[in-house]
Design a protein around this ligand. Structure first.
Ligand code: 1BN
Ligand code: ZN
Length: 363
């Protein structure tokens, strides 16, 4: 079946000759199959309702403050943060299924324990939209001046944004879970993204390498013989280095330009409706036309296995990147609040296929 987002697209399709129509049909059907997901577009009043549910002060107190501790793999802070993520998700109405992917790995220092946390709305769903972040902080040996690396943008804020999304949209996510939709939501909180000593292919991405391998060797659906959990990932959205002033997200992957454009479209709509603060131009953050080179991060083990990636990492990196100034004081509250709103609309539109209302031609 051909689907048209706008009536004029259907009219111009009808005006074509039979052979043009045939070519259009074959191209479009292939394209639509490859794209797989058709998001909905929320009305202005639905948008207002979605953005009204998110609360930056609440996120700050409930998620960010508890995460702003030293939390390198195996540390006491890491244990506390893991407990925080699990108890936060466990306290929601949605009924997240929270699991751990715990393992030991050799590092330049010693063998260390690592734990990824995975929260799944509906494990039986055929496809999953994945939102991912890393909760570990970069390890710095004790400093003479006693300063601690807290990794506020790297990546306490991204993890807090994901927890706040789950909290703010708890009711809608519960409805989605109860609907038994084919497309659902999964949250990955990775441990050990950072190099312990110096970034190499062995000393980095400990958690994401482990989980990607595990998912590639786990059948999905469980009775399948030739598809794995990785095949079930519809889109993998990785958040990193968010929270500094003037964030800009460029385009690393042509396969997901469409989704970066969608974020830009949401940014424009929320701007026009006056929902974004300190946002002078209709586009400030999302730049699908700005091509940036590949940035190494937790998506790489998934990318290498053919998963579609949307990497939301500020370019250039925040000025405080990997310095002791990557702390609460240097965060830009307003852009975090604006990005929360945009991300939450994006996720709900992505997942809510039911209210889509395309104009159909043939079948
Ligand atoms: C991102 C945040 N990364 C580490 N903290 C990955 C990275 C490491 C990106 C080195 C570029 C260089
Ligand atoms: Zn880092």
């Amino acid at each position: 079946m051909l689907l048209f987002e706008h009536k004029k697209d259907l009219q111009s399709y009808k005006a074509q000759s039979p052979i043009q129509k045939e070519i259009f049909y074959l191209t479009e059907i292939t394209f639509q199959k490859l794209q797989r997901t058709t998001p909905t577009t929320l009305s202005s009043s639905e948008l207002s309702s979605v953005v009204s549910r998110t609360d930056l002060d609440r996120m700050w107190q409930k998620d960010l403050k508890p995460m702003l501790v030293v939390r390198y793999p195996g540390s006491t802070g890491s244990q506390h943060v893991q407990q925080h993520i699990k108890s936060t998700l466990g306290s929601m109405n949605t009924g997240w299924e929270v699991t751990e992917d715990a393992f030991y790995a050799h590092t330049p220092y010693s063998q260390l324990p690592f734990t990824n946390i995975i929260a799944t709305l509906n494990p039986a769903a055929k496809r999953q939209l994945v939102l991912a972040c890393h909760f570990d902080s970069k390890y710095y040996p004790p400093q003479w001046d006693g300063r601690e690396f807290l990794g506020a943008t790297d990546s306490a804020v991204p993890c807090s944004m994901i927890l706040e999304l789950a909290r703010a949209q708890d009711d809608d996510l519960k409805t989605l879970k109860d609907s038994g939709s084919d497309l659902s939501l999964q949250l990955f909180f990775f441990d050990g993204e950072e190099a312990l000593y110096q970034w190499t292919s062995e000393d980095s991405l400990y958690g994401s390498r482990h989980l990607a391998h595990k998912m590639s060797t786990t059948a999905h659906p469980p009775e399948a013989t030739n598809t794995s959990q990785l095949d079930g990932i519809d889109l993998f959205v990785l958040l990193d280095l968010i929270g500094g002033p003037n964030p800009r997200f460029g385009n690393q992957f042509s396969s997901t330009t469409r989704w970066l454009s969608r974020l830009q479209k949401i940014e424009r709509r929320l701007h026009a409706l006056g929902h974004l603060k300190n946002h002078p131009n209709e586009v400030q953050y999302f730049w699908p036309g700005l091509h940036v080179g590949l940035i190494l991060d937790d998506h790489v083990p998934f990318l290498n296995q053919g998963v579609r990636i949307l990497h939301l990492i500020s370019t250039p990196f925040p000025e405080v990147w990997h310095t002791f100034d990557d702390n609460e004081e240097n965060l830009d509250r307003i852009s975090i609040s604006n990005l929360n709103k945009i991300l939450q609309v994006f996720v709900l539109e992505y997942l809510n296929k039911k209210s889509q209302n395309p104009i159909a031609e043939g079948s």
